[in-house]
Write a protein that binds this ligand. Structure first.
Ligand code: AMP
Ligand code: ZN
Ligand code: FE
Ligand code: FE
Length: 286
């Protein structure tokens, strides 16, 4: 029996490749004690995952990865421990999904201008749920034969600041934190390295503002963080009194080099991390 867990994983309800039940089966095979399902801007995968978790003996945590506003890209905020039916919380996710729905056609229009057209029907067909994003656009481009793989679709067109990039209109991070807290949950800053804030002082200022707004933790272990990044973010979390969290950010075939529970081999998150986060939930549900 292990106490290894994974606090960051995606299903077909956003841009992962596995159905929730298949993700939970993989978690059981991997020997995880607990798994948080953290799709982008939706909790729709949770009920099926929870049912599979009960059958297979894996504790399933309801999570979500919310895209908040951040200059020239987005800030990903993970939330856990919330009441998924709390009205303002549901409204927040509807707002962030609305931002995506307005953005995707604008990206598709850019691609048409760039001579690599895809239709929104083709893009939606790549998604298994209500949340559509750039990875689905990338898959549609691969299917058309414009690029050999989704990695090339990102590097040539879709990456942050790339020729077909359109920023998402979204919600302020402080508002996300307030809404999640009101729904009884805790917020964790996902993969802080991907904010691409230059310099440790500037990064500390950004995370410090979030901590002042009620942030509960930040991801230290993540496949995109090397050992120096981890050391830096661990120290920053300690200084700011944040829970040092982490996860594999598993997406299935969408990111084939990342494995559930272990990422690229150096992610190792224990049940105590979830206990530390749970202790910061604004109101524990029974
Ligand atoms: P979106 O939420 O629509 O902005 O898409 C963001 C998602 O695209 C991230 O969660 C990643 O899974 C994926 N992604 C972002 N940048 C890249 C990249 N350079 N290569 C491959 N996938 C990426
Ligand atoms: Zn994703
Ligand atoms: Fe993310
Ligand atoms: Fe993620």
């Amino acid at each position: 029996m292990t106490d290894r867990i994974d606090l960051h994983a995606h299903t077909r309800h956003s841009d992962g490749s596995l159905e929730p039940a298949a993700l939970v089966r993989l978690a059981a095979e991997t020997g995880l004690a607990a798994l948080a399902v953290t799709d982008h801007d939706t909790t729709a995968g949770f009920p099926a995952a929870a049912e599979a978790g009960t059958a297979l003996g894996v504790e399933i945590l309801c999570g979500v990865e919310i895209s908040a506003r951040f200059p020239a890209r987005a800030m990903h905020l993970l939330a856990y421990g919330f009441d998924r039916r709390e009205p303002r919380f549901m409204e927040l996710l509807a707002e962030t999904r609305g931002g995506r729905n307005r953005r995707n056609p604008r990206i598709v229009a850019r691609l048409e201008e760039l001579g690599v057209p895809v239709t929104m029907e083709e893009v939606r067909a790549e998604s298994g749920g209500e949340v559509v994003g750039r990875p689905h656009i990338a898959r549609a481009m691969v299917r058309r034969g414009y690029v050999p793989d989704t990695r090339a679709a990102f590097s040539q067109y879709l990456r942050d600041g790339g020729p077909a990039y359109v920023a998402t209109e979204s919600v302020e991070p402080a508002e996300v934190i307030a809404v999640v807290q009101r729904a009884g949950g805790v917020v964790v800053l996902a993969h802080p390295k991907q904010l691409r804030v230059e310099g440790p002082a500037a990064l500390e200022a950004v995370v410090g503002d979030l901590a002042a707004a009620g942030l509960g933790g930040m991801e230290v272990m993540h496949p995109s963080h090397g050992s120096e990044d981890r050391a830096f973010f661990q120290a920053l979390a300690d200084r700011l009194g944040l829970v040092a969290s982490g996860g594999s950010d598993f997406h299935g075939d969408t990111k084939p080099d990342v494995r559930l529970g272990s990422g690229k081999g150096d992610v190792d998150v224990r049940y105590a991390t979830w206990e530390a986060l749970r202790a910061r939930c604004a109101a524990r549900s029974a």
